[in-house]
Design a protein around this ligand. Structure first.
Ligand SMILES: [Zn+2]
Length: 509
C-alpha cells in the first residue's frame, strides 16, 4: 500500500532532511518550492546494507517493513588509520526512527559501534543471545578505555601506530555510553520468538562461529505480504572446536549472507593440530618463545582447545601463558554455555572434564607477571590480543620478540589489510610497531585451516541446506573479490538471484 502527501516546508530545512536521507532519496521528489513525499507502508521489507558492502568489517544493515525499522549489527571498521577514522561517521539514517537493533554476535566488526547510537537519538533496545549479553558490556567498556588511552598517549606526545601527520585518534564513545548499552541489552535464548514491533518478529538460532553467535530470523508482515528475512551473521567453520558446526536455517525468503571466505577453499590437508605439535616440539628442543596474536572471542578458545588436546597427548611440552584479560573473561562464558559445543565436547564438559583446560595453562593477570615472562628465557607459548596486532598486550610482546631470532610468531586465519598482522603475513622484514620501525628477525608462521569463518564450499552447502530456500541472496561482509567468487559458486548450484549491492543501496523486495 502506498500513500502520497504533499507538504510545504521551508527549502533550507527540507534540503537538510533530504541530505540526511540520501540513502533513500527516491522517496522524496522536489517540486519547485514544494516536496512530495511518497511514504511506503508495504509490509514487504526493504533492505539496505549500511556497512560491510564490499568489505569485511563494519557490518550494519537496515530492514524496513511496514512502519518498522530494524537494524542488524553496528560494527566497527577495522584496518588502516584512515579506515578507523571512518568509524566517526555512523551510517546515514535517522537513528531516532530505528525501533530495535539486533546483534548477531560479539565481534567488534559487528558490535563495535553500538554504544555510539544513543547520542544519535536511538531509544530502543539491543536484542542478542544471553551469552552475547554477558560478554558485550565488558568488551564495550574495554574498547572505550582503549580509545581514551590512545587519545591520552597521542596528547602526551606519542603517536602510537599513527602516520606522522595524523590527527588525534577517534574516540567513538565513552565508558558511560558503554554502560548505557549494557542497560539496553535484551537477551533472548535461541529458538524463542520476540515481537519487536507490530510488523516484525525476531528469532535467533545458533550460528556456530563463537559462543552466543546467532543467525537472525526476522518475520516481517503477515499473510500474503509477509517475508522471512534471515541474516547469517558470520557462518562458523566446521573446523573450529569447541563450537558446534553451523546448522542451516529451515526457511528464508531473503538471505543476507556473509562472504568473508567466499573465494577460499580450506586446504584438504590443513592440519593445524599437527602444525602446532611441530611448533611445540621445536620450541621445546630449541628453547624458543612462540607468540600467538589472538582474538579474544573465538580464536583464543580454539587455541585453548587445541593446546589442551596436545597436552592430553603429551605433545605440548611447554607452558602456555595466557595474557589477554578479555579472552580470559570470554573463556569463562564459553564454559558456562558449553551446551553450544559440538556434542562430544558438550558431553565432556558436562561430565566435569573441561575441554579448554590443561595443566600447562597459566593466566597472566598483572603487568608485573608479564614483565617476568618477557625476561624469562624458558621456552613458552604466549597468547595475547589483539589478533590483528593493532593494539592490546600483544604489542609489547611483539616489540620485544620481532627483532629476536629466538622468537616465532604464529598467525592464523584472516589478517585485515593495513594492519601489522597483514604485514607479517606478507613477509615484510621491516615493520612498524606502534610507530617504531623494527627489523623482523623472528620466524613468522601461518597456520592453515584456523579461520572461524566457513569457506566458500561450506557456505554454499549451508545455503543449499535451507529446506524452504530463499529467492534472493544479498552478499555482505566480504571484499568484492570474495563476493564475486561466492556469487559464482551459488549461481552454479541454483538459479538464486544473488545481489552484490553497494553500500546504502536500498533493495525493495
Ligand atoms: Zn565474527
Amino acid at each position: 500500500m502506498l500513500s502520497r502527501m504533499e507538504i510545504l516546508v521551508p527549502m533550507e530545512i527540507m534540503d537538510s532532511i533530504v541530505t540526511e536521507m540520501s540513502f533513500n532519496k527516491s522517496m522524496i521528489f522536489k517540486k519547485s518550492t514544494r516536496y512530495t513525499c511518497l511514504f511506503v507502508s508495504s509490509a514487504r521489507p526493504a533492505i539496505t546494507l549500511l556497512g560491510a558492502a564490499g568489505e569485511v568489517t563494519g557490518s550494519c544493515s537496515l530492514v524496513e517493513a511496514g512502519r518498522s525499522r530494524i537494524v542488524v549489527d553496528c560494527g566497527m571498521i577495522r584496518g588502516s588509520w584512515e579506515d578507523e577514522q571512518r568509524n566517526l561517521t555512523l551510517p546515514k539514517i535517522d537513528w531516532r526512527w530505528v525501533d530495535a537493533v539486533v546483534l548477531t554476535h560479539v565481534h567488534l566488526d559487528h558490535c563495535g559501534r553500538l554504544a555510539m547510537l544513543f547520542r544519535h537519538g536511538f531509544e530502543g533496545h539491543v536484542y542478542c543471545t544471553p551469552a552475547t549479553a554477558e560478554i558485550l558490556p565488558r568488551l564495550a567498556k574495554s574498547s572505550a578505555r582503549l580509545q581514551r588511552t590512545k587519545l591520552a598517549e597521542f596528547h602526551a606526545g606519542g603517536k602510537p601506530g599513527l602516520p606522522e601527520d595524523a590527527e588525534e585518534p577517534p574516540v567513538l564513545f565513552s565508558e558511560r555510553e558503554a554502560q548505557l548499552l549494557a542497560e539496553r541489552l535484551r537477551p533472548i535464548p535461541y529458538g524463542l520468538t520476540e515481537q519487536l514491533t507490530e510488523d516484525v518478529m525476531l528469532r535467533l538460532e545458533p550460528a556456530g562461529h563463537i559462543v552466543g553467535a546467532g543467525v537472525v530470523h526476522l518475520e516481517c508482515g503477515t499473510g500474503t505480504e509477509s517475508a522471512r528475512v534471515v541474516f547469517s551473521g558470520d557462518v562458523g567453520s566446521k573446523h573450529v572446536p569447541p563450537m558446534a558446526a553451523p546448522l542451516s536455517p529451515k526457511a528464508a525468503d531473503i538471505l543476507v549472507l556473509e562472504s568473508t571466505n567466499g573465494g577460499r577453499v580450506r586446504p584438504k590437508d590443513a592440519d593445524p593440530d599437527a602444525q602446532l605439535a611441530a611448533i611445540a616440539a621445536d620450541a621445546f628442543s630449541k628453547n624458543r618463545r612462540v607468540l600467538f596474536p589472538t582474538f579474544a572471542i573465538g580464536r583464543a578458545q580454539n587455541f585453548l582447545y587445541r593446546f589442551a588436546k596436545l597436552s592430553r597427548a603429551n605433545k605440548l611440552h611447554v607452558p602456555v601463558l595466557f595474557d589477554a584479560p578479555t579472552a580470559i573473561f570470554a573463556t569463562g562464558v564459553y564454559r558456562r554455555y558449553s551446551e553450544q559445543y559440538r556434542p562430544e565436547l558438550a558431553r565432556q564438559a558436562q561430565a566435569g572434564d573441561d575441554p579448554l583446560d590443561f595443566d600447562e595453562l597459566h593466566y597472566i593477570s598483572k603487568r608485573r607477571e608479564m614483565k617476568e615472562v618477557k625476561r624469562s628465557r624458558e621456552p613458552a607459548f604466549v597468547m595475547a590480543g589483539s589478533g590483528f596486532c593493532d593494539g592490546g598486550p600483544i604489542m609489547e610482546h611483539l616489540r620485544h620478540g620481532l627483532p629476536n631470532p629466538d622468537y616465532t610468531v604464529v598467525l592464523g586465519g584472516f589478517t585485515a589489510p593495513d594492519t601489522l598482522s597483514r604485514d607479517l603475513a606478507n613477509g615484510e622484514r621491516e615493520v612498524s610497531v606502534e610507530g617504531t620501525k623494527i627489523q623482523v628477525e623472528a620466524q613468522i608462521l601461518s597456520l592453515e585451516g584456523m579461520s572461524g569463518h566457513a569457506d566458500g564450499g561450506t557456505i554454499v552447502d549451508w545455503v543449499h541446506g535451507i529446506q524452504d530456500a530463499p529467492s534472493i541472496i544479498m552478499l555482505n561482509h566480504g571484499e568484492d573479490e570474495a563476493r564475486l567468487a561466492l556469487a559464482k559458486r551459488l549461481e552454479a548450484v541454483r538459479d538464486w538471484r544473488v545481489l552484490r549491492t553497494a553500500g546504502e543501496e536500498r533493495v525493495e523486495l
